[in-house]
Design a protein around this ligand. Structure first.
Ligand SMILES: [Zn+2]
Length: 68
């Protein structure tokens, strides 16, 4: 399966949505273990999600810096 299919699934997971039917959670986890690029992409997506979520209601630690 192509990386793009896993990234679609990863994006859904980050957003708290259901994974596409063609990608199981186990298959996604297995791919992330062997594909550094997708693992890195997932990290970025998660961080971006946190940052954009923070824009609405302040950071989880109250200062909005997230340690950056
Ligand atoms: Zn990949």
């Amino acid at each position: 399966m192509h990386c793009v299919a896993f990234r679609t699934a990863l994006s859904a997971r980050v957003d708290g949505e259901e994974l596409p039917p063609e990608v199981s959670g186990a298959a996604l986890d297995a791919h992330l273990r062997e594909c550094a690029e997708c693992a890195h992409w997932g990290d970025r997506a998660r961080r971006l999600k946190l940052l954009t979520a923070g824009l609405g209601g302040g950071g989880p630690d109250g200062d909005g810096t997230y340690g950056i």
